[in-house]
Design a protein around this ligand. Sequence first.
Ligand SMILES: *[C@@H]1O[C@H](CO)[C@@H](O)[C@H](O)[C@H]1NC(C)=O
Length: 223
Amino acid sequence: LDLASLQSVRDLAKDVQENEERLDILINNAGIMMCPKWETEDGFEMQFGVNHLGHFLLTNCLLDLLKKSTPSRIVIVSSVGHQRGRIHFDDINLDKSYNPEKSYRQSKLANILFCRELAARLQGTGVTVYSLHPGVIRTELGRHFIPTVPLWKKMIFSPVLLLIKSPWEGAQTTIYCAVDESQANTSGLYYSDCALKKPAPEALDDAAAKKLWDLSASMVGLA
Ligand SMILES: *[C@@H]1O[C@H](CO)[C@@H](O)[C@H](O)[C@H]1NC(C)=O
């Protein structure tokens, strides 16, 4: 699956729909962080396109199968990076002023707003939705910005390295949201360290969540 290509997303969804009888858990985990101003195959700004729009379309294409497989769950991996984020409705691809961090925050805020709106739309279907901050994890996610950090900054922040999770540890909150029985009847909420957590106020804006849904649907060509 190439989340930077809507065609690839549709192809994967079709393959799953045709060949799988059930879909119990969908985990939207892939992401790209703070890359330069790149575009997806369909001309969307890369971080918004991959982190949000690709998963938005994939999830929507697989909803019927998830509804047939209830109780089923959708887990959306966001980040604490959603804080101080904003959805730039007037310049969603950030063509006017691109900044890698601003774009990352927008995409991670979009993940939580998508979770809220999707949960509202799926109320009563038996499909529940979760979003989360997995922690700072030792993966290659930082490949686009770590090389740009000056050495003196790396040294100042080196104590932070002690808080970095291994990939095994970093998967735990995702797994909790995917299978923990205590969360069977909750939906639309945000988690961190295997516990409920209140996200930043901008992630609780239901009007923005609805507006983002409509914008995303038109961008990916959903009716
Ligand atoms: C969730 O709801 C079902 C059906 O009402 C109930 O049997 C179950 O105990 C609930 N689980 C939790 C953790 O609340």
